[in-house]
Write a protein that binds this ligand. Sequence first.
Ligand code: 8YV
Length: 317
Amino acid sequence: MPSSFPGFRVLVPDPLPAGGLARLTKTFDALKLWEEADRAAALRAAAPDIRGLASTGAQRIDSVFLDLFPKLEIVANLGVGYDHIDVAAARARGVVVTNTPGVLVDEVADATMGLLLCAVRQLPQADSFVRRGDWTRGPFPLSASLKGRVLGVLGLGDIGRAIARRAEAFGLKIAYHNRSRRDDVSYAYAASPVELAQACDILVVAAPGGPQTRHIVGARVLEALGPRGILVNIARGSLVDTAALIAALQQGKIQTAALDVFATEPDVPAELRAMPQVILAPHIGSASVATREAMADLVVENLTSWASGAGAVTPVA
Ligand code: 8YV
């Protein structure tokens, strides 16, 4: 097995983008677990020698999982979000965790604007309307509009700011709520998610997942968003109380939602799938070939830099 770092075994539980995977397997002695006929046996045999892990988010990485790998030094995650990794448990075992910030920001922000426009102007529904031949029977119903509306960004990190910049170009006013007020933007600051929902018409969720943000969008926030309100979630399903969202949509407490992420993904509640005004996407915020390859490059760069003794490139905070 060719390897630039003999003895540095890397576990790859799930497939990575093709270019990144090719570089990884050229550089390291990599165990591509999904290719193994008996995965449990392959994992058991390799576990004592694994020093690096290229994670994709599909596997929960907690203390029980980490304890399988006594020589593990680095978890290189494909993705900016790492709520599936117990970073404290990793740190306690001397394992560094890296993510892929920066390289996916524009892609996710572009996808967010697409979802937002689809929700406001009901573009997928218009497409279905034409395909069904309904146009010959009359016009498509008039939609809501972006005009004169306020976009609320919940979580003004790199992705939140990229969304806000794009929304400004669409003529939207911007408000935001963040753990702390930012002094590098002139957007209106709301002191809480409820205040933000009161101040805006379109609420975009762009904060990290994890216990601290679980269900920060619940019944009170949705009520505050109001009957013309639109919720867009491109962050993590865990930030939104799904039952409260379903109830708010069914009762007309908000107008519609565009959702790229779900608490139980890839399972999406039947109630959401049944609502024709709701826009649903299968967690595709960063899912272009170019961006996923850039993310995979950063995974490989982190592993390579670590294995060569130069330290991780993008360790998580
Ligand atoms: C990916 C993401 O879907 O970066 C993140 O946090 O959620 C996405 O970009 C995921 O990480 C791919 O494995």
